[in-house]
Design a protein around this ligand. Structure first.
Ligand code: ANZ
Ligand code: ZN
Length: 832
């Protein structure tokens, strides 16, 4: 008997797969197609455990689909633009391109080392001009179709990194990387008109039945569709202000009107009233996200203006308020303190009337003495012609009346904003527009694409290297030939990841993709990745796909029909007495090696550099082999849950691989078994069917558990032809999970070609039927015991078995039963 030499087997079979292009997808294949994709990695330098788990899952599905007769597209590439490369350039004085390419090479070797069934012939890196040049052409298609525009807008400006930050990059008012206090600045920015598709993107969620509900809900909330009424209040200075409300029913409860700090009315007032200007400045200091506005203290500035109630219910004071967002609705609201919590807090602070207009039954007087707003259902009170109506009914009536009388109209607003794609960075896709003082914005002519990044840039001072490059931005206007300037913004890297899955399907040199080819492969049937991308990446990719359809480049609505979001890989944390995080290699025997002080074991948390609880997969793969690592990634936890990395776990996986090898090796060397083992045959076929169903459902841990059971059963079984057949079939069953040992065994046992190309074993349906059943034993209708009996046993025999049961006999106390009811294969009820 020999031991399984993982290192040797890994290297050998990886080379065989590579050389024979085993996993190259054939575009012209007549087989049914299956597109399996994991979110492509950012080339940060090393593969981490989260990648290993993610890619192992996708790999098992891809390999399994091949075995079930599909032509599988399972590609890999690099989301290669982004800030870390520039940070490395600043810190380590290495060019972002070089840093990125080195990381890609290292990580590619690591992925190969894990034996993933990837079609490397389709590899792409988004930082390659052969990729981003096509992205520029798509940007221009969108531009011509009116899906791209430029406007002045307030941005989060990081004064240290000298860049615009996305809202998510602002944490507690500070830049996520620099920690500097973020400022608001006005800049001319490029936007993609995602709001044009807001309704479609929302409706489309309904068709995504193979997406997790929570992700669909997160997208729905992000799009945030609200229906209500939009109308104008006439102001005391002769002007007017338009408001948006989702609660037109509460109109008689209005006690003030409030506008955002950057609303034109507020701006106009600020120009002549220094106190108003000071108040507006103060508002800008606070955060601007919806969540921050919710929790901040509500502040207002009385403009001295009044607004006439549209239904004649008096004059309302007009405030500038810090909880009103300029970017939502119309940037102005009417406040109903009794029925909106923000308004309630505001009215309490500024002693404004709080009038009840919705009653939940108990109290209906106008005086509201609650401690918080009432936002529940009920009927209208103190509201003239609305009195007695239910909320929904009242909303409808007010909208109808506003439209009839011409002072307002029903309207729908979305929380979704257009996608600001301008970044003042070097390492991204240059925006292919030229600014000419005579012609304005001029698209770069198609034949001049790609607009390539200049290589000779410096990072010794902060700011945008494209902006300060001596020559790059100076060009001739393509239209008039005069001196003009390139746009020096680059695209948000989310643009790069919004269509890479289409480029994988088809990679012509002269176009972003071939339409027919792309339509043959897409949509991606199974997409797998982290839940951190549940909103932005997935929404942007859905938008981009719709935009492509809009400009006539592809006939596809949804890019990913199946989505799976996997859990994280976690690990114990360790802390020194003074609270410093310690890495596992800094401790030994319960003490910190450097100081000898005792170590505290902290919580199990997501692996992260900051907590020093990461485990580098590379040395583990070298030590235990790729198969053991893959097996561990699949076992223990359901894939959507967190998986705790442990030494024991990987060792257990390694032992299992060795157990497999003992079975394979013994069959290779031993004598052929004789005779049938019906129980083992049944177990085998149940496992074939069960593992297939589990893998299709991505319940990898269940598949693993079934394979453990089968291996246990085989080990216990006496020699037989059935046992030999079970071991032979086991090779195919484990092949998607532990492909190296499977190839080795396949070759050893005389299999044809590669097991990677072998079919999934056939299930004999007859063997799936259980031959034993569990029968409930009742006495007077009460469950007393259960019996395991042969399936289809005759009534008399079932009755006899029940009466012979100890518990039944005891309850009968020697008397004969009055009646015995038998439901075959299910239940016996003994009536005493
Ligand atoms: C009067 C009212 C009475 C409101 C009431 C609510 C409850 P959603 O559902 O999130 O769309 N609002 C409108 N525009 C706003 C803005 N730019 N900044 C801050 N708040 C704004 O919320 C819509 C409601 O949020 C609107 O309905 C408006 O307040 C407020 F008992 O109008 B409501
Ligand atoms: Zn010009």
């Amino acid at each position: 008997a020999s031991r399984f030499n993982a290192l040797k087997a890994d290297t050998h079979w990886q080379q065989v797969w590579d050389e024979s292009q085993t996993f190259a997808a054939r575009d012209d294949s007549p087989k049914p197609r299956s597109y399996v994709l994991e979110m492509f990695p950012y080339p940060s330098g090393k593969i981490h455990m989260g990648h290993v788990r993610n890619y192992t899952m996708g790999d098992v599905l891809a390999r399994f689909r091949r075995m079930t007769g599909h032509e599988v597209l399972h590609p890999m590439g690099w989301d290669a633009f982004g800030m870390p490369a520039e940070n490395a350039a600043m810190e380590k004085k290495v060019h972002p391109g070089e840093w990125t390419r080195q990381n890609i090479a290292a990580m590619k070797a690591q992925l190969k080392r894990l034996g993933f069934a990837l079609d490397w012939s389709r590899e792409l890196a988004t930082c390659d001009p052969s990729y981003y040049g096509h992205e520029q052409s798509l940007f221009l298609d969108f531009y011509r179709a009116g899906l791209v525009y430029r406007k002045e807008s307030a941005v989060n400006w990081d004064p240290v990194d000298m860049t615009v930050l996305a809202n998510e990059q602002v944490i507690d008012g500070r830049g996520w990387r620099s920690g500097a206090l973020v400022e608001k600045r006005k800049l001319s920015q490029w936007f993609l008109r995602i709001t044009r598709f807001a309704d479609e993107l929302l409706a489309g969620l309904g068709s995504l039945e193979h997406w997790p509900d929570k992700v669909r809900l997160m997208q729905e909330n992000w799009i945030g569709k609200s229906q209500g009424l939009q109308f104008r209040f006439a102001l005391s200075d002769g002007e007017s202000v338009e408001v948006f409300t989702t609660r037109p029913d509460t109109i008689f409860g209005a006690s003030f009107v409030a506008v955002a700090a950057d609303h034109p009315i507020a701006q106009a007032l600020a120009s002549r009233d220094p106190a108003a200007a000071a108040f507006i400045e103060r508002c800008k200091q606070g955060g601007t996200t919806a969540a921050e506005l919710e929790t901040q203290e509500k502040l207002g500035y009385d403009t001295g203006l009044t607004a006439a109630h549209p239904l004649g219910a008096g004059e309302l004071p007009v405030y500038i308020a810090n909880f009103v967002l300029m970017e939502y609705g119309t940037g102005a609201v009417f406040g109903v303190p009794a029925h909106d919590q923000r308004d309630f807090e505001f009215a309490s602070k500024y002693a404004l009337p709080i009038r009840r207009v919705v009653a939940d039954g108990e109290r209906s007087d106008a005086a509201f003495d609650g401690t918080e707003a009432y936002t529940g259902p009920g009927h209208l009170v103190n509201s003239h012609f609305l009195d007695g109506l239910a909320v929904e009914e009242a909303k409808r009536i007010v909208i109808e009346r506003a439209e009839r009388e011409g002072w307002g109209q029903g309207s729908t607003v979305y929380r979704l904003r257009d996608w600001g794609v301008s970044r003042q960075r070097y390492w991204g896709t240059p925006i292919p527009i030229i600014h000419c003082s005579a012609c304005g914005e001029v698209p770069v002519p198609r034949e001049q694409l790609p607009v390539a990044l200049p290589e000779d840039v410096s990072f010794d001072v902060p700011g945008n290297p494209l902006e300060r490059h001596p020559s790059w931005k100076h060009v001739h206007c393509p239209q008039c030939g005069g001196a003009a300037l390139r746009d020096t913004d680059t695209l948000d890297t989310f643009a790069d990841s919004s269509w890479y899955f289409i480029r994988f399907a088809s990679q012509p040199e002269d176009r972003p993709f071939d339409r027919a080819q792309a339509e043959r492969w897409l949509p991606v049937g199974q997409y797998i990745g982290g839940v951190e991308h549940a909103i932005l990446h997935l929404l942007y990719a859905r938008f981009w796909t719709r935009a492509l359809r809009h400009v006539g480049l592809i006939d596809l609505a949804e890019p990913f029909t199946g989505l799976f979001t996997q859990g994280m890989v976690t690990h114990e944390t360790y802390k020194a007495a003074d609270g410093r995080w310690l890495a596992p290699e800094e401790i030994g025997g319960g003490v910190e090696l450097a100081t000898g002080a005792p170590v505290m074991v902290g919580r199990v948390e997501k692996m992260s550099k900051s907590k020093k609880n990461t485990v580098d997969p590379a040395p583990i793969v070298d030590q235990y082999g790729a198969d053991a690592v893959r097996w561990f990634m699949l076992s223990d936890s359901p894939p959507e849950r967190d998986l705790e990395w442990s030494e024991n776990g990987i060792e257990g996986a390694w032992r299992f691989v060795q157990r497999l090898w003992r079975l394979f090796d013994a069959l290779g060397e031993g004598e052929a078994g004789k005779g049938a083992d019906a129980a083992l045959d049944r177990k085998l076929h149940q496992t074939i069917a069960g593992v297939a169903a589990d893998v299709e459902a991505l319940s990898f841990n269940k598949a693993v558990a079934k394979l453990y059971e089968l291996v246990n059963a085989i080990e216990k079984a006496a020699p037989s032809a059935s046992r030999d057949a079970a071991v032979r079939t086991l090779v195919q069953l484990v092949a998607p999970m532990v492909p190296h040992i499977a190839e080795e065994a396949w070759a050893l046992l005389g299999g044809q070609g590669l097991v990677a190309d072998a079919p999934w074993p056939k299930v004999e349906a007859a063997l799936l039927v259980e031959d034993e059943v569990i029968v409930a034993i009742q006495v007077n209708g009460k469950l007393r015991d259960t019996l395991t009996l042969p399936k289809g046993l005759a009534r008399e025999d079932v009755e006899a078995a029940a009466l012979a049961n100890d518990k039944v006999a005891r309850l009968l106390e020697g008397r004969a039963p009055r009646k015995v009811i038998v439901v075959p294969d299910r239940l016996v009820n003994v009536v005493a």
